[in-house]
Design a binder for this molecule. Sequence first.
Ligand code: TYD
Ligand code: MG
Length: 484
Amino acid sequence: MAVKSIPMPTADCRLPVPMAKPRVQFICQSCGAVHARWAGKCDSCGEWNTLVEEGTQGGGIGGGPAGLRSPRKGRPVALTTLSGDIEDAPRIVSGIGELDRATGGGFVRGSALLVGGDPGIGKSTLLMQAAAALANRGHRIVYVSGEEAVAQVRLRAQRLGAASAPVELAAETNVEDILATIAEGRRPDLVILDSIQTLWTDVADSAPGTVTQVRAAAQAVIRYAKSTGAAVVLVGHVTKEGQIAGPRVVEHMVDAVLYFEGEGGHHYRILRTVKNRFGPTDEIGVFEMSDKGLREVANPSELFLGERHAAAPGAAVFAGMEGTRPVLVEVQALVAPSPLGTPRRAVVGWDSARLSMVLAVLEAHCGVRFATHDVYLNVAGGYRISEPAADLAVAAALVSSLTGLALPGDCVYFGEISLSGAIRPVAHALQRLKEAEKLGFAQAVLPPGTEDLGAGTAARAFQPETLADLVARIAGSRARRVED
Ligand code: TYD
Ligand code: MG
């Protein structure tokens, strides 16, 4: 690791610093903490190699920690009342259902929204489609690309069949120039800035993409949104560590954060709400990438269950929820004898600590032994489950794979497992059951005493008190099969 030259301590210890001489500071690109000296590790967040030298002149406007300018005399602002006319509808609806669902019912006027995601996942495509849809509905939409030339953006628009939409387009990266441009004419309803990492403002003198620049640029743009009532969408690339580059800081500043996710090799994309000051945070929008852009997927369960074959040991269908929407996914387990002293545990799409817990409960309370077996768990379709309600489906898949007994192909599972082996109730049982029914599942294994299931549904439901009851039922299916 290269050791950078360290500023002389005497120069730094004298406080306050009265002169306007530019001073160097080292800013953590992960958490934004300011350090007087370079170091390999950030004291504040513990990340390595994230400190970058940035000048302080003018950086960190608005009292940011990255350096201060001498304060100017304040100017009085007009105070107003709570009641009063609200001129426009507070939200701009794109008509792209999955997008409107993720934003909580449309873009909010005067707000700033960050769309994050890996490079190449389809952020620009999504926003171009949204821009075209909104422009076709008569809104003034400005799309500013800092990454691509006008010709490239046009090419994409043609491919999306959006070239005729009255979107106003520019390729520009300077924030002051962008704001001066959009100040002309009618106030835009939505301004899309693609991407925040390419923007730079005159008031900060570091390179584009550094924390200081990104923060200063975002601040300027957000101030514009709040003062004019235009909605602003910022696009942000995620670094390989899974953060918006430079900028947790931006996540704190904006009103809503959406992540656009997808798995390599799969065509579907999920727009996930991570933060939303004006709506729910657990919503998702599901899209499929086609050769003509993103297509809405109104029924994600069909997508995730689409590749399901006849019932095989180790597969269980989990009836999950994403926000207000039920989603059915297949959980697959493979339990195989291990040649290793310490058997392998591998998980894709679920929490590995949670798998260890389910294995421990199966061992301790149900007498099922995995100590000499490798365990692999996979959520089909590259989907990611975050709900504890998947415990029961995972346990069923594990037991099914270990015993070689296939679970019924028309059965869904949901329920949380406690360390004592009891099955705990989870929310939205009825909605999960309805979705399962809609997709042709005739049976369900779910927690006892959840909600009133109604006569029709209750007939097909098995509600085990403990995990041992479920294990006994799966093991008993062998005996039942022999009888048949
Ligand atoms: P893009 O929106 O440029 O990604 P981002 O802005 O997140 O970096 O999308 C790039 C990918 O999407 C690229 O690999 C090609 C693919 N794509 C399609 O498959 N179909 C399409 O119609 C378009 C426009 C892109
Ligand atoms: Mg892009």
